[in-house]
Write a new protein. Sequence first.
Length: 442
Amino acid sequence: MASTGTFAGAPLSEHEHSIQLRRAVIASTVGTAIEWYDFFLYGVVTATVFAKLYFPNEDPLAGTLSAFGIYAVGFVARPVGAAIFGHYGDRIGRKATLIATLMLMGVATFLVAFVPTYASIGIWGAVILTILRFIQGIGVGGEWGGSVLLSMEWARTTGHRGFIASWPQFGVPCGLFLANLAFLAFNAISGDQFLTWGWRIPFFLSIILVGVGLYIRLGILETPIFTKLVNEKKIERQPMWEVIKRNPKEIILSAFVRLAEQAPFYIFTTYVYSYGTETLKYPRSFLLSAVLVASVLSFVSIPLFGHISDRIGRKNMYLIGAATVGVFGFIYFGLLNTGSAVLIFIAIVLSLVPHDMMYGPQAALIAESFTGRLRYSGASLGYQLASVIAGGPAPLIAAWLYATYHSGYAIAVYILACAVITLIATAMMKDYTGKDIEGEYE
């Protein structure tokens, strides 16, 4: 029987390898879903709760901007997490590093449930939130690279890497769904007491999800690629520094290809609550329900577009997605501005499909750009640098654009500009679809 991979020095059979692949994909997807639940929960609460509880003396716009400012801190921290955990992921392994990121993220989110408001301790409540948000960002900054590699590096053939690597991406809509569902449920349960105690319960319950994620991740093996690098003594002493020296172009391009994916995503899933309640005058429960349905649609579209990228090429799929999102921004705000509940609901539900055209193939597109012994560091750093230029500032920029021009179409122009930059960056990347990669399939 053919064998591939090793366990304690013994080769794994094809059947055993298949079992480990499934376990790795499940562990990556479940763990990522839990971490993104933590991260998105903060985003959902930011627009509807934090501005009122932690910045009560500011006017509504200033309070919203201040709350989104704390929200953006998590994105600034993500490259820091990528640097820290990318280094250890290439030094001590994917599995151990992923366990550490899950624990860090989970504890920080759990503690948010206990942060006193402005009424209790003044501005120190916002300071504590900022620190916990920074810790969250460090955790999620190290999570993505490891979860993608844990799945992709168990792939047996070159023809399915896009599909397999898309499953950790699948954890994002799962986390988005869980965060919005929890918020919606406890908003209904607590009613008028939601601002007093109801919003804290989803943060408190996150510690249970972390326990589930740890149990699953502790039961998997290290990837055969990293095991091979250890056995052949090819581990880099300073992988982060080495990848910056060897692959600066790939790191920079990885950040810019995410502009059209990440900036619109946080406009469609975070800023929409502020725009929907304050401008469109719709209840947050309606908006939450629409985003919930959108996240469910992504359960299908993310792996679908990852699979299609294995057929037509990673770059081709990504270019189609970037062009689509550039146009969709105008359609999106056009539908929102009709004021029709049906059209608003449709706009929100469909908003993640153009995003998923890029997000499905994105993991493989970025990870394939780096050799095995530098892959965790390079992929993580490139991916998370986008958080500073795209994800973090996006809700702030959207809020500022609307306050300045009083039009959602100004935000659509911003989305189009991001799409143009992404199209250029993607065109400059190499496409490794279906090809062997150094350090993997020698």
